[in-house]
Design a protein around this ligand. Structure first.
Ligand code: ATP
Ligand code: MG
Length: 410
């Protein structure tokens, strides 16, 4: 019997907890999945008993499709599976039971054996994990597991084991079909892209802010990006690394991302002679936040996002964070505020950002005065802002912003 076409079975996570809004989130999730699979030929997605079943016209692209679905926020598990039609299976089972024979479950056994052939490798034991979403099936989970387990054992000689098995084959009985799969990739959960409003991420060339952006994106925010550079033009500042980081983040987005490249020259020109060394770092941060807020309003973003982690560096003491932005009406979201550097770095690795984040780049923050105050006072910063003409610098910088629309890195 030839095996039927593959599907990719996906489960969703937090959306399942939503009440009346669930339909909206699901629709968004489905649209995002479609967008992420664009270019792979025809794709259909069906919502079947709390699962999203993805079928590709071109089966050879299943692995690539699964890899892309792994980056769709809102999905919890992604499993390329063999899908068996319930009709012939039920008929064979009814025959066997009527005749008082041992049930054969031929198609299930063949599928399980195929997966065992492909995946057992050096596994010392295996397990069949059978479940029924539809309980009208003629055998219960244990019986299904026993039949398929015996077939795999006979074929491979590898013993079955109920707990802590090296290799697991899942059999899931749905109303119209049975799914058999061995690969169960955990995706990243969260909420569907673009389900939670728009925010503007202050993106540096470092490790932290790209992870902060990823975290906001995972919560469904549509993120735009702003980067401050030290050249007169982005070309002069060589912002390729920042564009590459944005392109990596775009791999998690169903649509291209917007990056605004802003020169810091308007600040530098006014700060010389007006801002003392100890206040330069916090004033510069204040310039970035105020300029970002201006751009955010212009582009209808509801919040700013930074990669601050409390106390990590001098500009991130609680005193300084409080002093920098007393007059910003937009919320400033800091998703990394409670994480240690090694935890942030682990996320940077997990999300594939790290290698690009550590490429050399002359960030404008790294060329500031080495002895910043640890406890700036808001009132002093307001006075210095007035003295140096900070708002003129902000306006000039925001007006000089250059927009790049960045598609995912291939
Ligand atoms: P990161 O690893 O994100 O660079 P960091 O630990 O180096 O963070 P800072 O340099 O103090 O810390 O920056 C704190 C935050 O300020 C960054 O996470 C980012 O959100 C923002 N930021 C810093 N430099 C820039 C820049 N050149 N353009 C845009 N935002 C920036
Ligand atoms: Mg930095």
């Amino acid at each position: 019997m030839s095996l039927p076409t593959p599907v990719i079975a996906c489960t969703y996570s937090e959306i399942a907890l939503k009440g009346r809004n669930r339909k909206l989130f699901l629709r968004k999730l489905l649209n995002n999945m479609q967008a992420m699979l664009k270019g792979l030929g025809g794709v259909t997605i069906h919502h079947v008993e709390s699962r999203l079943l993805v079928r590709l016209h071109d089966e050879t692209r299943t692995a690539e499709a699964a890899a892309r679905l792994h980056r769709v926020f809102g999905l919890q598990w992604v499993s390329p599976a063999i899908e068996l039609d319930r009709g012939p299976l039920d008929a064979e089972l009814a025959d066997d039971l009527d005749a008082g024979r041992e049930p054969r479950l031929t198609a299930v056994c063949e599928a399980a054996c195929q997966l065992a052939d492909e995946g057992l490798g050096r596994a010392r034991n295996f397990r069949i994990h059978a479940r029924r979403s539809d309980r009208t099936f003629g055998l219960n989970s244990l019986q299904i597991g026993a039949v398929a387990g015996a077939a795999v054992h006979q074929r491979s000689g590898v013993p079955g084991r109920m707990v802590d098995a090296d290799f697991t084959i899942d059999v899931l009985v749905l109303r119209a079909s049975v799914l058999v799969f061995a690969l169960k990739e955990q995706a990243f959960g969260g909420l569907p892209a673009c389900s939670s409003g728009r925010s503007l991420v202050l993106l540096s060339g470092g490790i932290d802010s790209p992870v902060a952006a990823w975290m906001l994106m995972r919560r469904g925010s549509r993120c735009d990006f702003v980067h401050f550079h030290s050249g007169r033009t982005p070309e002069e500042a060589d912002t390729g690394k920042i564009e590459d980081l944005t392109a990596l983040l775009a791999r998690w987005s169903p649509m291209p991302l917007h990056l605004y490249l802003v020169p810091v020259v308007p600040y530098e020109m006014r700060a010389i002679g007006a801002i003392d060394d100890s206040h330069d770092m916090v004033m510069f941060r204040r310039f970035m936040v105020r300029t970002a807020a201006r751009l955010a309003r212009r582009h209808k973003c509801l919040a700013l996002v930074t990669g601050d982690s409390l106390g990590q560096v001098a500009s991130q003491t609680l005193h300084n964070l409080a002093a920098i932005s007393p007059d910003i009406s937009l919320p400033i979201l800091r998703p990394l505020v409670g994480l240690d550097k090694h935890e942030i770095t682990a996320w940077s690795h997990r999300t594939g950002l790290f290698e690009t984040s550590i490429r050399p780049y002359r960030d404008c923050c790294s060329i500031r005065s080495p002895r910043p105050t640890l406890a700036a006072r808001g009132i002093d910063l307001l006075r210095l802002s007035e003295a140096m003409g900070l708002e003129d610098a902000v306006r000039e910088a925001a007006d000089a912003a250059v927009r790049r629309v960045i598609a995912p890195e291939a």
